[in-house]
Design a protein around this ligand. Structure first.
Ligand SMILES: C[S@@+](CC[C@H](N)C(=O)[O-])C[C@H]1O[C@@H](n2cnc3c(N)ncnc32)[C@H](O)[C@@H]1O
Length: 252
């Protein structure tokens, strides 16, 4: 194999002087190929976990394929299949007539939410990208979900602040620019009904939140958000190692 010119696999195979086994090397290749695996799980354990949850449906697979083809550099922003299953399950558990999503991208999480709504339920999606959400809209149409999803293009904070002040929202999901997290949370919590659920994505930020040398703007923004939520008495809260870290807040 190592004789094949420009073969990227050959370049990382162990040499006789290298203490790694082929198994070690294949493990790291699989890890690179599965960027959305849960934090700290081996690729094998992650695959096992996904295989034992509700399998991702055809809509999720189609969005994933189109995102890889049309927005390959940003495809890592999509939620993984286990988070997709979890979100639909939570929406069904809560009983949702009105949901709000901040950060729609190509549509994976919006479909997870919209599929679990009660009959007649609505999802308001906030995003700034016409290009990325065009892919989402195509899949909403194909899946027969477009009548229950309303896309509001523009800065999410403007959209959220324009919503009625009453606590009418049953379920919300924050997954957009990290600098905006505290403001999105503050706009959403008062609008959540008691018993309503707010999910916040990327709260462990690939583990970077606990790296004392990491002062990247987005890492600091996530830390700021996590500290803010931690001090909030209006919600019950749990932080889960799902995907890149997911905080669940239930309004008291
Ligand atoms: C991580 S992606 C969302 C991924 C999506 N939830 C999914 O599962 O595929 C973040 C999205 O937030 C959007 N975004 C960034 N800044 C925003 C803002 N100020 N207002 C609304 N959306 C914003 C981006 O355009 C992008 O589509």
């Amino acid at each position: 194999m190592s004789s094949i010119p420009n073969n990227p696999v050959a370049a990382i195979l162990p040499t006789p002087a290298d203490p790694r086994t082929i198994g070690d090397v294949l493990g790291s290749v699989l890890a690179m190929a599965a960027p959305d695996r849960a934090l700290g799980l081996s690729p094998e354990l992650y695959e096992y976990l996904v295989a034992h949850g509700t399998p991702p449906d055809a809509v999720y697979e189609a969005i994933r394929a189109d995102t890889l083809a049309e927005a390959p550099d940003a495809a890592g922003m999509q939620i993984g299949p286990e988070q997709y299953a979890l979100m639909t399950l939570l929406v069904r558990l809560v009983g949702v007539d009105l949901a709000v999503e901040v950060g729609t991208f190509t549509g994976s999480s919006s479909v997870a939410i919209a599929s679990g709504l009660r009959p007649g339920g609505r999802l308001i999606c906030c995003d700034v990208s016409d290009e990325w959400t065009r892919i989402a809209r195509r899949h909403w149409r194909a899946a027969g979900l477009e009548d229950r999803i309303e896309l509001r293009l523009g800065p999410a904070l403007d959209t959220l602040r324009a919503l009625p002040d009453e606590p009418l929202v049953d379920f919300a999901f924050i997954d957009a620019d990290k600098a905006g997290y505290v403001d999105y949370y503050e706009a959403l919590v008062p609008r959540l009904r008691p018993g309503g659920l707010l999910l916040v994505d990327n709260v462990l930020w690939k583990g970077r939140v606990v790296d004392p040398d990491d002062h990247d703007e987005r890492t600091e923004a996530i830390r700021r958000f996590n500290a803010h939520a931690r001090a909030d008495e209006r919600v019950d809260r749990v932080m889960l190692p799902v995907g890149d870290g997911l905080t669940l807040c239930r309004k008291r």
